[in-house]
Design a protein around this ligand. Structure first.
Ligand code: GLU
Length: 438
């Protein structure tokens, strides 16, 4: 029997599974968004409880030799949320704030993200609690290799495929793949598919590095005209200027947008005539941040958020937009380039203010989509041109955006619920035909 909203009062699944009664917990927040969308589409109860918890939660501790000869113990995670639609897929991050609940939420969001763009993957996420700024290159390499060896038996090219995320990059993926391929069980070149986001010379795909930013730009190009914002001359502010917004800002600038304010961990800058993101990218590469960029004024946090723009793009860490920041915001659209950039109070405030939020599971799906292309190229031993990658990425993003808009119109709900509903449509269909073993 199909479960309906009336049969399943709000909170019943979280109560049934014994979740902590804390609406401000990121994991509870993520599950509640899924449950709201599940209500809208009458998703079966069994699918709701399966999705409410990850399938596997792997926690590891491993020592790494530091340059001064002593050993330090690190804590790592790999959360495998769901693999109904394909192998677990998602990045791993190196960051001092890596905690179990956050990694669980991020793994959950990967399941939803892969389903929104209909790529044949499930969701996973990993991480190590570490401040990479305190590590030498050698220490970073040894840490990356030990993390790989700690989780090696639980992942694999057709099981669980990691990728870059916050604090990790193509070089780290190369060390990861090399470590995996050195193990006696994986000494065949197909083992290269164990990780994506690799350097182009070692099985990586053209266009992977810029893919998340490109996907944000593709999504905006598809959706903004319908919201009444022309791309040409639209004003944009960027929170974060790392891989995602560093590339996204340059691509949007090429499409005719004016980037008027940027923030990162080193400061906040503004120039009402436009900040040249290509020059800022170079400055960032040379100095490690945006602070000190000569062609813009240094401003404070409040002035950054209060800058009047058409589109605000949070592309840094999760939970940075709290009620205070949401209150300050002066934008029509928020495109979530980072995963879960709003905390529950920030999300509520944005809704009250009528800000149109393009959710991360749609807006930032470009990264994992090009990871899928990399995996397909590795599997078939072929390489695609940059043009082919861009074309296929755009096709995936456009179709996913249109599907989300169609769901929004049918279900009369915000875009976040509509994107979750579109993901759940697909996962629900897969469970329907697969059934539940035994
Ligand atoms: N870490 C990225 C994300 O959050 C990419 C994941 C992947 O390529 O597997 O979507």
């Amino acid at each position: 029997m199909t479960a309906t909203a009336t049969e399943l009062p709000r909170g019943s699944v979280t109560q049934e599974l014994g979740f902590p009664d804390d609406p401000d917990n990121l994991y509870t927040q993520t599950v509640n968004t899924m449950l709201n969308a599940a209500d809208l589409i009458n998703l079966k109860h069994r699918t709701r409880i399966i999705l409410a918890q990850p399938k596997n939660e792997i926690m590891v501790h491993f020592p790494v030799k530091m340059d001064d000869g002593h050993h330090k113990l690190f804590k790592g995670y790999r959360i495998q949320h769901n693999n109904a639609c394909g192998p677990y897929k998602g990045g791993f991050r190196f960051h001092p704030d890596v905690h179990l609940d956050d990694v669980k939420s991020l793994a959950f969001l990967m399941t939803m993200k892969c389903a929104v763009v209909r790529i044949p993957f499930g969701g996973g996420k990993g991480g190590v609690k570490v401040d990479t700024r305190e590590l030498s290159d050698g220490e970073l390499q040894r840490l990356s290799r030990r993390y790989c060896s700690a989780i090696m038996d639980q992942i694999g090219p057709d099981v669980d495929i990691p990728a870059p995320d916050v604090g990790t990059n193509a070089q780290i993926m190369a060390w990861f793949a090399d470590t995996y391929m050195m193990s006696s069980a994986h000494q065949h070149h197909d083992a290269l598919r164990c990780v994506t986001g690799k350097p182009v010379e070692f099985g990586g795909s053209e266009g992977r590095e810029k893919a998340t930013g490109q996907g944000v730009a593709d999504t905006l190009a598809e959706m903004l005209p319908g919201i009444g914002i022309p791309l040409q001359g639209m004003k944009v502010s960027l929170l974060g200027f790392g891989n995602v917004n560093g590339w996204g800002g340059q691509i949007l600038q090429d499409m005719g947008a004016t980037i008027v304010a940027v923030a990162d961990h080193t400061g906040f800058i503004r120039n009402d005539n436009g900040i040249d993101c290509k020059a800022l990218y170079q400055h960032n590469m040379q100095t490690g941040g945006i602070a000190g960029y000569a062609e813009a004024d240094a401003i404070n946090e409040e002035d950054f958020y209060r800058t009047q723009v058409d589109v605000f793009i949070p592309g840094a860490l999760e939970q940075m937009i709290k009620e205070k920041q949401a209150d300050w915001l002066d934008c029509k659209v928020m495109a979530e380039a980072a995963n879960a950039p709003c905390d529950p109070s920030g999300d509520r405030r944005c809704q009250e203010k009528g800000i149109e939020v393009i959710p991360a599971i749609l807006a930032n799906a470009g990264g994992v989509t090009v990871s899928y292309f990399e995996w397909v190229q590795n599997k078939n031993a072929v390489t695609w041109s940059a043009e082919q990658v861009d074309r296929e990425l755009n096709r995936h993003m456009v179709v996913a955006a249109q599907r989300t808009l169609a769901r929004r119109n049918e279900l009369k709900c915000p875009l976040r619920e509509a994107a979750f509903a579109s993901a759940l449509d697909h996962i629900g269909d897969v469970y329907k035909v697969r059934g539940i073993f035994p």
